[in-house]
Design a protein around this ligand. Structure first.
Ligand code: G4P
Length: 295
């Protein structure tokens, strides 16, 4: 999938985060509950060392609850990590992070010193919404756009916690390709830099395999087809987006599918499970090993 990327900005962000992590007591990462692995900052596992980490699985209202539970358990089984699934309609649950944070740094006496936490999150994941709820006020946004990168900012929170917010621009997990496609479906990558139809086709095929009942219900299709292309035609017919010759207008159908996924109109859907990700990672490692052996 073609994503036009910005290597210069990626390097700057990497450098900033590499410099800040060693100074932090805690990392708080806001993830998209529909894609907790793909929405993770790929630098965190290698740079965090022993620094404890809270993973916020945000937008849980849009994700498949059973799979969210799998992810919470999976993350909680990782040393030094805690997960919490939340959404913007649960401000009290979000605020419980203010008590969870000190419990992860038990040696720190917050009566005499501050707890420094770095907050990370890819664009559109809900990082600003989360910060505003934690701070109980509207905090100015840190820029997400590569071209308007704003300064880091320090935000004072209750319980003597200082939050360091960094610009949230994204460097994606480009391998396996599925990660990039899932990020694109979620809206983390601007529509203008992705191949919209490829992304929608990936979603169509994923839905046919994992959430067929949701498709039947949403588009009133009793007998679902085998392929994404056929599904595009059926959705096109039902939504009146056909070209001459009885072929679906793929761009319009792509917009319908992706927008309805993002709005939650296709139901509560999660694009990856811990088991799927493990399998993909094993495959990726195998491919890399094969390539290395050929050199
Ligand atoms: P960011 O700082 O990480 O870029 O994200 P931000 O908080 O601005 O949130 C991005 C979008 O995601 C916003 O929608 C926000 O309302 C929505 N959002 C945040 N948390 C949740 C959640 O838990 N569930 C759902 N369903 N949506 C959430 P928007 O349409 O861009 O803005 P707005 O019209 O809501 O202001």
């Amino acid at each position: 999938m073609a994503i036009n990327w910005y290597p210069g900005h990626m390097h700057k962000a990497k450098k900033e985060i590499r410099e800040e992590i060693p100074k932090m007591d805690l990392i708080i990462e806001v993830l998209d509950a529909r894609l907790p692995f793909s929405s993770e900052n790929p630098m965190v596992p290698s740079l965090r060392g022993d620094t404890p980490c809270i993973k916020i699985l945000n937008k849980s209202d849009l994700a498949d609850p059973a799979i969210t539970q799998q992810w919470v358990e999976h993350i909680n089984n990782t040393s030094g990590m805690k997960a919490i699934a939340v959404n913007l309609k649960q401000p009290d649950k979000i605020r419980s992070i203010l008590d969870m944070a000190p419990s992860m740094v038990p040696d720190r006496n917050l009566d005499v010193s501050q707890l420094k936490a770095l907050i990370l999150g890819i664009p559109n994941v809900g990082k600003s919404t989360t910060i505003n709820i934690l701070a109980n006020r509207t905090v100015a946004r840190t820029g997400n756009e590569p071209a308007v990168t704003k300064q880091q900012q320090r935000i004072k929170l209750p319980n003597n916690i200082i939050l360091l917010d960094t610009p949230g621009f994204l460097w994606p997990k480009l391998e396996p390709e599925d990660c990039g496609l899932r990020l694109a479906i979620s809206g983390a990558i601007k529509n203008t830099v992705i191949e919209f139809e490829d992304v929608a086709m990936y979603l169509a095929e994923f839905m046919l395999e994992h959430y067929p009942e949701n498709l039947s219900k949403r588009y009133q299709i009793k007998d679902l087809p085998q392929t994404g292309i056929e599904l595009f035609d059926m959705i096109g017919q039902r939504r009146g987006c056909m070209r001459r010759g009885g072929i679906a207008d793929t761009h319009k159908v792509s917009e319908i599918l992706i927008n309805e996924f993002r709005d939650g109109q296709l139901g509560r859907i999660t694009l990856e499970t811990p088991a799927m990700v493990e399998q993909e990672q094993a495959l990726l490692a195998e491919t890399r090993a094969r390539k290395a052996a050929k050199k």
